[in-house]
Design a protein around this ligand. Structure first.
Ligand SMILES: [Ca+2]
Length: 507
């Protein structure tokens, strides 16, 4: 008995010492005197548990009430004379898990991602976010400011990461044991950029719905809207999107082998909107010939009409309920128009109706070289560092066509030469029925961080990740997400709402 008590006491002492090591080694306020190259610390404060209030523009509200106490550090980084990069680093006052989780942005960024930061801190990580070097969600910042475009394209993230690691080390007295990136949309693009350009920044990277190639993505968005809004006749009223969705589901739900209200494998669904053409005139239940033509464009990839080369993949069947995000008119998605106004042509009064797919994609590629054009898929250096890349994309993404992630995944596998010590370094999970970074009709709640950490820290390669459909706090359905190209198949027994009834198998 005595030895047992002794061992127990020893264990408690070891535990207390290890806990001690994960708390701050210096006061939060003392970080204001930290000197970092090309950086100015502009604010340092201890924030009491639940006391954080974001600047009104950031939103988020109630989500911050559950935040534990943390040390909040704000800084401005100036890697170029025209740079004005705002960053924040948040450090849990106690219970730090020893790791760093940097979080990404959306659209043209222009704000610090407070909500994503709060989720990271709640889970014990030190975290950081940047506004990417400008304020506001438009691309107007780039007009006449090439250095700011470079900051947005890749430099602000890397600068933030270097400085955040220095702040973490100063605060806790030790560097993070592991560093991770977690981002979706532009944050997914930032993820791939980091893996390519700065392969030693992270041990593990999550790239959700990556906006890549950004130039082609925005060209596709305008091309699609141009077909829809070119004249009054071609406009499909938003009220018809649900009718089209119903028809797509009727045609394709069962094709994947299970009638569950989801198109689990859109690659097997063939749907021509011509089947919805009105017998005569127009009605809410059918499409006019001009609307059929517009729908065909919306459901097709954008291709170069001369060479046949794909510029960007199209929406998948099943996405129709989300079409309003980009196709509610009367103009194309402003995020896409901004690219051509402020970056490609430098003309704030540029008229999207003059857009010519082949000519203007070529112009965008030229202008975007080294910044927003396609990301080099050779991630060999990242694999030599031992890095793991976990990608995901919703099959019903209504903002970034999901095959863009499949394209990058395949290109990366083909061009990357990984050392045998890191032969398994990338996984892609397609999410049936999920919209852009969430939403949609499918199981859309899942944790990518835990499987990534198991992979990086314990060598457990993720092949199956369970996703849940939660409605009003109740889990209605669970499903496995399977490592691409595998798909989830119903085993034939058990509830179709339980992940245990499904196996991951070749398509
Ligand atoms: Ca189905």
């Amino acid at each position: 008995m005595k030895w047992l008590i002794g061992a127990l006491c020893a264990a408690i002492v070891v535990w207390m010492i290890s806990r001690q090591a994960l708390a701050a080694s210096t006061s939060c306020e003392s970080l204001s005197s930290l000197r970092l190259p090309n950086a100015t610390i502009t604010g340092v404060q201890t924030v009491a548990a639940g006391a954080f209030t974001p600047p009104t523009a950031a939103g988020g509200g109630e989500g911050f009430k559950s935040l534990p106490a943390f040390c909040r550090v704000a800084a401005t980084l100036k890697p170029s004379t025209d740079s004005d990069i705002k960053v924040e680093v948040w450090l849990p006052a106690s219970g730090w898990n020893g790791k760093f989780q940097a979080v990404g942005n959306g659209g043209w960024a222009g704000t610090i991602s407070y909500s994503a930061m709060s989720r990271a801190v709640e889970h014990g990580y030190a975290t950081s976010s940047t506004d990417t070097g400008h304020a506001g969600a438009s691309a107007s910042f780039a007009l006449g400011h090439l250095e700011k475009l470079v900051d947005y394209a890749y430099r602000s993230e890397h600068e933030m990461i270097v400085k955040a690691k220095a702040v973490i080390t100063a605060f806790y007295g030790s560097a993070p044991t592991r560093s991770y990136w977690n981002g979706c949309s532009i944050g997914g693009r930032q993820a791939l950029v980091e893996a390519q350009r700065f392969p030693d920044d992270f041990d593990g990277i999550i790239a959700g719905a990556a906006a890549n190639p950004k130039t082609h993505l925005d060209a596709w968005r305008i091309w699609m809207a141009q077909a829809m809004f070119k004249d009054q006749a071609s406009v499909i009223p938003v009220g018809k999107f649900a009718m089209i969705h119903r028809a797509v589901l009727d045609a394709c739900d069962a094709v994947d082998g299970l009638k569950d209200g989801l198109i689990d494998d859109p690659t097997r669904c063939r749907f021509d909107p011509h089947v919805l053409e009105c017998k005569e005139g127009d009605a809410p239940t059918c499409l006019t010939p001009a609307q059929v033509a517009a729908a065909r464009v919306v459901m097709s990839p954008a291709k170069n009409r001369k060479t046949g080369a794909e510029i960007f993949p199209g929406f998948e069947p099943g996405t129709e309920l989300g079409w309003a995000r980009m196709l509610s008119g009367p103009d194309p998605y402003a995020t896409a128009v901004d690219q051509f106004k402020y970056i490609v042509f430098g003309q704030p009064d540029w008229n999207w109706r003059t857009f010519d797919l082949e000519r203007d994609v070529a112009a965008a590629d030229k202008k975007g070289e080294g910044t927003l054009s396609s990301i080099d898929p050779d991630l060999s250096a990242f694999t030599r560092h031992g890095g793991k890349l976990l990608m995901y994309h919703g099959w019903s993404d209504q903002d970034i066509a999901p095959r863009a992630s499949i394209n990058f995944y395949k290109a990366a596998l083909a061009s990357t030469h990984a050392p045998s010590s890191n032969a398994e370094w990338v996984r892609l999970f397609m999410v049936p029925g999920m919209g852009h970074c969430g939403g949609g009709e499918g199981p859309n709640t899942f944790d990518m961080m835990a499987p990534l950490e198991s992979w990086v820290e314990r060598g457990s390669v993720p092949d199956r990740i369970v996703a849940s459909r939660i409605n009003a706090g109740k889990t209605e359905r669970t499903r496995p997400l399977c490592a691409y190209p595998q798909v989830a198949r119903y085993s034939g027994a058990g509830s179709i709402d339980a992940a245990a009834s499904f196996v991951c198998t070749a398509p």
